[in-house]
Design a protein. Structure first.
Length: 317
């Protein structure tokens, strides 16, 4: 009888310990989620400088936006984006994934309206075309093949967004090449539609006269998802700088280590920031944005706050 009582007491103690551990784990998990939701609202501005312009030309300030993932009612994000116009960029580059809700286009245009007063260019991401879905977050840690055949019910009103961008003078660089003049310098732009859903087709550089390549210019390449095949094409074609988004910087990172995933075949250590991409003897600066937003179904960030980037293009020495 004594042994039975001791066993029952030990069992009750073990059960109590397990319950306390489970409660503690839930509390820690809740605290981490709460912090992650707070960090997702800690919008910041990263500054970079690149010497890629011809000698003798003045600086060009390029504001790089990506992965806004707008949802109606996101007033803090809206006001922060509107405030970026105070920076007075010379050019705005938007590398896609602007929407996270079917009814978000008016909210997006309200947020970007002051910035649309400046010249700009854009490429779409999959979340410009198709709404995100609620899914197991652990799938994000596995290799992804994108969304090759989304159902019609998941389509977003991207045409409305593109009309607004185009009406403001922003150039749609989806599988296109285009030249424009800014501050007396020719900007040669090339871009691809989203490689994450296999819509990319490299168009090369704008065609001009036989001597046009000898005129002062800078070559700027845009993609939403920085898949290696696209970066290799841009680099082999001798871009001066590549702008990309998509990765969210990993979104949930380990302090001191960095991103666990890039959601494409880009090495995780390149998932956020400025690095040099090398291919076939050429080297090109690659700027990958950690993005402004998140999917509405995963509104958290950890050790990876949202960002816009002001990239100052300066003259070569």
């Amino acid at each position: 009888m004594v042994e039975q009582n001791n066993f029952a007491s030990a069992l009750r103690h073990a059960s109590g310990t397990a319950a306390l551990a489970a409660t503690g784990a839930l509390a820690i998990g809740g605290a981490l989620v709460g912090y992650g939701m707070l960090e997702a609202q800690k919008f910041g501005l990263r500054h970079e400088s690149l010497k890629v312009l011809p000698r003798g030309y003045g600086d060009i300030k390029v504001l790089h936006l990506s992965d806004i993932h707008m949802v109606p009612g996101q007033e803090a994000k809206t006001q922060w984006l509107r405030g970026l116009a105070d920076l007075k960029p010379d050019f705005v580059i938007n590398t896609g994934d602007n929407l996270s809700h079917r009814k978000a286009v008016p909210a997006l245009i309200k947020a970007l309206e002051p910035l649309m007063a400046f010249p700009g260019a854009f490429v779409p991401g999959s979340n410009c075309y198709y709404a995100p879905k609620l899914k197991n977050p652990f799938r994000y840690l596995a290799s992804s093949t994108g969304t090759p055949n989304p159902a019609p019910r998941d389509q977003l009103p991207f045409e409305e967004m593109h009309r607004a961008f185009g009406g403001a003078g922003w150039i749609n660089m989806s599988n296109r090449a285009h030249s424009t003049v800014l501050n007396g310098l020719r900007l040669d732009l090339t871009g691809v539609d989203d490689p994450h859903i296999d819509r990319d087709l490299f168009a090369g550089w704008p065609r001009g006269s036989s001597s046009s390549s000898q005129a002062p210019h800078v070559r700027i390449a845009l993609t939403h998802a920085p898949y290696q095949r696209v970066l290799d094409q841009f680099t082999e074609a001798k871009a001066d700088v590549i702008f990309a988004g998509h990765t969210h910087g990993g979104q949930v990172c380990i302090p001191g280590y960095g991103a666990l995933v890039s959601n494409c075949d880009l090495p995780t250590w390149r998932a956020r920031g400025l690095s040099d991409w090398e291919y076939n003897g050429n080297t090109v600066p690659l700027n990958v944005s950690a993005g402004v937003g998140t999917s509405r179904f995963a509104p958290i960030r950890f050790a990876c706050p949202p960002e816009a980037i002001m990239v100052t293009l300066a003259a070569r020495d």
